[in-house]
Design a protein. Structure first.
Length: 575
């Protein structure tokens, strides 16, 4: 029997099998690697396509006209408006890779101002791009970035920032689209008036430096706001004006708004009442009429006396004094007691042509002469009847803006030179030359008379110790469709200081104030507007370079003997 012996496989065969197994493993590994690489390539390609085809948030904004803008500074270099680079978070809904419900939930977790439903609605909009957050903090950008969704994009775009929020809002204005014009551009104030300079690459590197002093502006806003709330006034305005240069140091219109957040702001708040609203400013016109009388030779002596014993009847109208003295009044007494009757008699002597000429010279026939585009032309009498001439003499029948009045008072006290007002800082010695309206002698006389109104008459509550304030109260009835209101008035105090060497005019006006315990129920300017001016001057006089000095004053000694009452006697009328 033959025996079979098992032989081992040849070595060559075993080696070939091992090589085949290794080769198969290599092929499988290569296939896996290729699949992984293809997956990574797909994701990277997708991200690259999104990066190349998508339009970032900043491009979206710039496409609508949002351009970097130059800074706006106050006269001391404090920033009032500037452009910063702000983070935005946006999304391309059609290019999202992840589950929209999950993304919405994660977004709501890091941005709790909106809920998951809101984010889901944004993520499913049928648009190419929409914003999720316009003013995102860097920490929030990092948190959203961690979600890892390539359809959510991040960018920086120029954002206009008003660091003082509401301060000088009506001066600065705001930017944004309007109506059918989607472009982001200046829509009011300096932003609108200097749009070209602020956005032109050749000039935007140079800030626009305003005449505004933010410290004085803040003080005026504070005092006016307090008075407006205290007297429940409809609105309020205030102006501080350099009498020698025409620079507006403060311009306040209340109610105010925040230019950082324009959406939802009422039209009343957006309106600049200093330049856009006209008012019959009452007895504040009397010094203007008196200056015209002196300048034209109608009044040649301060001792000249006029009949104020009875109301004045003319053309079916009766002119009376609110606080009748029932006697003859000389020129200083006419202003001290704010006599409508005597002022009307003087205006009648001046006549239509010369009264109209004075008002025209003061700028009352045109819009305020200032850089702002938002301004209103005064309401000028259509027909200058004799009664019209008389009533305009004490501020009825003609309506002007508070800025017109401030400019007129600057002319009265600065030596008689009218200059256009400006919101730009004027370099020393570079003030506009202006034009002469009244003589230096008439201006000197007006300084004496205005000082007497504060020391002896209706303006006593406008005094600021050491600052030698002069001014005139004015309380005019509010004109409406049905005539003049007997329940609402416009209360104004127009002042200048220091009267021995005038530097600044200060105007405060309250529209339709309601009397309170502080004013003993009265709404007249002596009790409502004059104290505002007093506090503003006391707070800001030293800032403006005027040192309080109780040893100095304008010399009124020649006029004191003309007053019927003893000097210092309290005869102030509550006008």
């Amino acid at each position: 029997m033959t025996a079979f012996v098992a032989r081992p496989l040849p070595q060559r065969r075993l080696t070939g099998q091992r090589h085949a197994l290794v080769a198969t493993a290599h092929v499988r590994l290569m296939i896996l690697m290729l699949m992984l690489m293809a997956g990574f390539a797909l994701v990277i390609g997708r991200i690259a396509i999104l990066g190349l085809s998508s339009e970032p948030a900043s491009s979206q904004a710039r496409g609508n006209g949002a351009l970097p803008r130059g800074d706006i500074l106050d006269r001391n270099g404090e920033p009032l408006a500037r452009t910063i680079e702000a983070w935005t978070i946006g999304v391309h809904p059609a290019k999202l890779l992840g589950d929209r419900h999950e993304i919405a939930a994660r977004l709501a977790a890091v941005m709790p101002d909106h809920d998951e439903a809101w984010f889901y609605e944004r993520l499913t909009l049928p648009v190419n791009f929409t914003y999720l957050e316009r003013h995102a903090a860097p920490a929030l950008v990092n948190a959203v970035h961690a979600i890892g969704e390539p359809g959510i994009v991040f960018a920086q775009e120029p954002e206009r920032l008003y660091p003082q929020t509401t301060l000088a809002a009506h001066v600065l204005g705001y930017i944004g689209p309007t109506g059918d014009d989607p472009r982001i551009m200046g829509r009011a104030g300096i932003e609108r008036a200097f749009e070209e300079q602020l956005t032109n690459p050749a000039t935007r590197g140079t800030p626009v430096t305003l005449s505004i002093d933010s410290r004085v502006q803040a003080a005026m806003e504070s005092e006016l706001s307090h008075a407006m709330v205290s007297f429940q006034a409809k609105d309020a305005t205030g102006v501080v004006l350099d009498v020698n240069t025409g620079e507006v140091i403060a311009m306040v219109s209340l109610p105010v708004y925040n230019p950082n957040k324009i959406k939802g702001t009422s039209s009343d708040a957006l309106r600049n009442n200093v330049t856009q609203s006209v008012y019959e400013l009452g007895s504040t016109f009397k010094p203007i009429t008196m200056a015209a009388a002196i300048e034209t030779g109608v009044v040649t002596s301060m001792a000249k006396r006029y009949d104020a014993t009875e109301p004045l009847h003319v053309g079916g109208f009766t002119i009376h004094d609110d606080h009748p003295q029932k006697r003859f009044l000389d020129v200083p007494e006419t202003l001290i007691h704010s006599s409508n009757i005597v002022t009307a008699r003087i205006a009648d002597e001046i006549g239509k042509d010369r009264m109209a000429a004075m008002f025209t010279a003061m700028g009352f026939a045109t819009k305020p002469d200032i850089e702002l585009r938002e301004k209103q032309k005064p309401i000028w009498p259509v027909y200058w009847a004799r009664s019209t001439v008389m009533t305009t003499g004490y501020g009825h029948g003609i309506a002007i803006t508070p800025l017109h009045l401030a400019n007129a008072y600057a002319t009265l006290v600065n030596g008689g030179i009218w200059r256009p007002t400006t919101l730009l800082k004027v370099a020393p010695g570079k003030a506009v030359q202006g034009r002469r309206v009244i003589s230096e002698a008439t201006s000197a006389r007006m300084r004496q008379l205005l000082r007497l109104v504060v020391t002896q008459g209706t303006g006593r509550k406008g005094e600021a110790p050491g600052y030698r304030v002069g001014g005139k109260t004015g309380t005019g009835e509010v004109a409406g469709a049905g005539g003049y209101s007997k329940k609402a008035n416009v209360s104004t105090f127009a002042a200048a200081f220091p009267m021995d060497a005038p530097r600044y005019v200060v105007i405060a006006m309250l529209d339709s104030p309601i009397g309170n315990a502080e004013s003993f129920g009265l709404t007249t300017a002596a009790w409502t507007a004059a104290p505002v001016v007093s506090r503003v001057i006391s707070r800001t006089g030293a800032m403006l370079g005027v040192t309080p000095d109780n040893s100095r004053d304008v010399d009124v000694s020649e006029l004191l003997p003309l007053l019927w009452h003893a000097p210092g006697e309290d005869t102030a009328d509550p006008e």
